[in-house]
Design a binder for this molecule. Structure first.
Ligand SMILES: NC(=O)c1ccc[n+]([C@@H]2O[C@H](COP(=O)([O-])OP(=O)(O)OC[C@H]3O[C@@H](n4cnc5c(N)ncnc54)[C@H](OP(=O)(O)O)[C@@H]3O)[C@@H](O)[C@H]2O)c1
Length: 498
């Protein structure tokens, strides 16, 4: 097994002796008809997991009544014991709409989590952010840091942040302890750059999807592909199976898992989850539970004594490296088509995504629109953030400035580039275009030694449309920046009304 960092937060998050977290998204599925689970019955089922040694539970604001069930379980324990401490560690998530980023929005969102969980301090609060074209996540992180200082949150984590944006948070000095991402023998996106970044900065991965919603279990070995799946988790991971090469490829991986399971006299689920636990940056593995319906804590206990040897790991590596790699980085499945969600889109989560900028017609000019950032200088100097004239869009030289004057990622050219390209994408979106319409970029660097770091980020944004590019070294840029980028796009459909 690779040496793991000695994550200091593991002790206070209850992961030191048992890295398995019980996941409660399944509660939302069980309640999707509109009837909540019987609170007392479900709290007892949750405490059964705790009594079996699984004290950590993962929830979110949208997991049905999961937070309330966990709160009821905690209250039960407190009633039964005079101690004010319980072994329960309750992790939750806040997944705000992108325009809910003011301090009062964050305070309200977190206060609601605390009230539902019945806690005065949340063990782990994980932020999910729907679109990085909206920069409100920086403001939300500011507020979360403030709430941590005030004692409302013990640890801040993220969920579904990709490597580039986790790097942005790190470069801003935010204290992020964990990133919750999909990781399984079917989906190994988190094992590349994400793992390297996490190891470098002592961030632990909390892995979900480890059993692909139950598909990576004995129950599905040698089975025919189902055509009537109704549970959300399997609907979601069936898309992953299709995206990685289909049912036959998945069944070939299952054969390998089965043969390793037989060698150790454990289950396929145990092998699949153990493989994840043994990955270098993984601090915890989330295994979903359908509370009050099925119980797997006895089986999951076997994970604690199982170790996969180098040969097992290599065989799994070989089997899964034959699969098609899931496109993009961690969390792409929530941000770009094809959405690998239960519904195949974001309709369960969002009605629409707000634009970070709004456009205005340029007075006296037909077919010309502009967007502005709101800086006083724009009207004094006659600048625009971007201009669309007919089907042509020019985006001004863009630096990593948050709001009107806050530099982002100053000591990190890669983070600046990420932030800049999100601003360019948001500018294009406000003018009816996307990054895929860009035909030219021009990058200014104050130190040409950064060309590769910056260009690699550029490549992750533009790998589809491959714009013409110029890379220039300049003696300095206005402000503390080391990177500035401008872009030009052509919108193919000139008649498009936007
Ligand atoms: N951050 C995010 O975006 C995100 C997304 C998805 C999930 N999550 C988190 O991850 C958790 C896990 O959810 P998931 O959808 O990824 O599912 P999963 O953990 O891959 O699969 C869970 C299912 O596997 C089966 N199972 C569990 N232990 C087993 C064992 N030892 N042997 C055989 N079968 C076993 C159970 O199915 P049966 O009940 O049918 O037996 C269970 O419902 C969620 O509850 C949530 O906390 C987070």
């Amino acid at each position: 097994m690779s040496a793991k960092p000695d994550y200091t937060f593991k002790q206070s998050l209850g992961l030191q002796d048992n890295p398995i977290v019980t996941g409660l998204w399944q509660v939302a599925d069980l309640e999707r008809g509109g009837t909540e689970l019987d609170r007392d019955h479900a709290a007892t089922a949750l405490l059964d997991y705790s009594n079996a040694g699984f004290h950590c539970f993962d929830m979110a604001d949208h997991y049905g009544s999961a937070e309330l069930i966990a709160g009821a379980a905690k209250a039960k324990l407190l009633n039964d014991n005079s101690d004010s401490e319980t072994p329960l560690k309750l992790y939750t998530k806040w997944c705000p709409q992108p325009d809910q980023c003011q301090p009062e929005d964050v305070r309200r969102g977190i206060a609601e989590r605390m009230e539902r969980l019945g806690v005065e301090c949340i063990d782990l609060l994980q932020l999910h952010w729907w679109t990085f074209e909206h920069p409100g996540y920086i403001d939300v992180m500011d507020s979360l840091m403030q709430l941590k200082q005030e004692g409302w949150i013990k640890h801040i984590g993220t969920t579904n942040f990709d490597t580039d944006h986790l790097q942005v948070l790190i470069s801003c000095g935010f204290e992020v302890d964990s990133n919750q991402v999909c990781l399984s023998v079917l989906d190994r996106r988190a094992l590349g750059n994400m793992t390297d970044l996490c190891l470098q900065h002592d961030i632990g991965l909390l892995a979900y999807g480890t059993l692909a919603g139950g598909f990576l279990t004995d129950q599905w070995l040698n089975q025919l592909e189902p055509n009537n799946i109704t549970d959300w988790s399997k609907m979601k991971y069936h898309r992953f199976i299709n995206a990685t090469g289909g049912w036959a490829s998945y069944q070939r991986v299952m054969q390998t898992l089965m043969s390793i399971a037989e060698k150790h006299a454990v289950s396929i689920a145990n092998v699949a989850a153990r493989w994840v636990i043994q990955q270098a940056a993984v601090a915890g593995v989330i295994v979903g539970a359908r509370l009050t319906h099925t119980v797997h804590h006895d089986s999951n206990q076997q994970l604690l004594s199982l170790t996969l040897d180098a040969d097992d790991m290599q065989r799994i590596e070989d089997a899964s490296s034959n699969l098609t790699t899931i496109a993009g980085d961690c969390g792409s499945e929530y941000r770009k088509p094809p959405y690998l969600t239960a519904s195949g889109d974001l309709s369960d989560h969002l009605e629409s995504l707000p634009c970070a900028y709004s456009r205005e017609a340029v007075p006296g000019r037909e077919n010309r629109w502009r967007i502005a950032t709101g800086s006083d200088y724009e009207s004094i100097c006659g600048f625009s953030r971007a201009i669309r004239d007919g089907n042509r869009i020019m985006v001004s030289g863009t630096t990593a400035t948050h709001g009107l004057d806050r530099p982002i990622g100053i000591s990190n050219p890669g983070a600046q580039t990420t932030y800049i390209l999100d601003k360019i994408a948001a500018s294009l979106a406000a003018l009816g275009a996307s990054l895929d319409d860009v035909i030219r970029t021009r990058i200014y660097l104050t130190d040409c030694n950064h060309w590769e770091t910056v260009s690699r980020v550029h490549g992750r944004y533009f790998h589809n449309c491959l714009p013409a590019n110029t890379l220039l070294e300049v003696s300095s840029l206005v402000g503390p920046y080391t990177v500035e980028i401008e872009a030009e796009a052509i919108v193919p459909d000139t008649s498009a009304c936007f």
